[in-house]
Design a binder for this molecule. Structure first.
Ligand SMILES: [Zn+2]
Length: 268
């Protein structure tokens, strides 16, 4: 029975084009992740009292994450590798062109609320978890292109974008958000604020599972101090990379593809 089930699963995964099975399997295999460092150039993002700037800290964490992922054989595409401005459309377009399997956007938080601190991971939704999540999405959406108006919350465009996000993509994003939050908000100092939803344009424009992580509040002195620390940045990058690797294993296993090994080469 077990053998039959596996054969059936295999047939389902391969579809009717079994002569090109090798290629089909290659296409289905998890191989590309987009790592998106928020802001850049004139768009500084949040700023801490101690002088730490969001665009700098997220680029460093993004580069460390990319390096850790490349070590595992995953192809990494970065939306920016230096201090430059990239529109939100430019970021989503790149991810869609690359047919990425996963999109990870890295940001740092700011809040007028005294004492607000910790790490939170978002996935896309036209509806925000709460007012704070909505305010955050509004602030992050400001990096929408100069000639394009950022859609306001309640804008029908956002609802349409939300509808366009496939159910499967959404549930995959939620799952990956949980996996990520578990791995980056592990220490006592890294207070977990949990997994949330908000209408981030950068998440709603991509056709693949996507999350946005807020790695701490630059407006909180202890968080800012932690984010200025190389060890903390390395820890965050390790956690992010581990989440992607765990997601890849799950992704490939569900398609009947053994983790890590290449599929048997089809003779041509
Ligand atoms: Zn940001």
């Amino acid at each position: 029975m077990r053998g039959l089930a596996i054969a059936l699963l295999g047939a389902l995964a391969l579809g009717p084009t079994s002569p090109a099975a090798g290629e089909a399997r290659e296409a289905e295999r998890f191989d590309v992740v987009v790592v998106d460092a928020g802001h850049g150039g004139d768009d500084h993002g949040a700023r801490g009292k101690g002088g730490l700037i969001e665009k700098d800290v997220v680029l460093d964490v993004a580069q460390r994450t990319a390096e850790a992922l490349r070590d595992t054989g995953i192809r990494v595409v970065m939306t920016r590798e230096d201090d430059r401005f990239v529109t939100l459309e430019g970021r989503t377009q790149l991810a869609n062109e690359q047919k990425a399997d996963l999109f990870v956007s890295i940001h740092a938080n700011a809040s007028p609320v005294r004492g607000a601190r910790g790490i939170e991971t978002f996935f896309a939704s036209p509806e925000a978890t709460d007012e704070a999540a909505l305010d955050l999405a509004r602030a992050e959406n400001l990096a929408f292109g100069e000639d394009a108006q950022p859609p306001a919350a309640g804008d029908p465009l956002l609802a349409i974008l939300g509808d366009l996000i496939a159910t499967e993509q959404l549930s995959e994003s939620q799952e990956f958000a949980r996996m990520t939050q578990r791995r980056i908000a592990t220490q006592e100092s890294a207070r977990s604020r949990g997994v949330k939803q908000a209408p981030f344009v950068v998440l709603m424009g991509v056709r693949m599972p996507a999350v946005l992580v807020e790695i701490g509040f630059l407006t909180h002195p202890a968080d800012e101090k932690a984010l200025a620390d190389e060890d903390e940045r390395a820890r965050l990058a390790r956690g992010l990379a581990e989440a992607v690797v765990a997601y890849r294993a799950r992704y490939d296993a569900r398609r009947g593809l053994a983790g890590g090994s290449r599929p048997a080469a089809a003779a041509h």
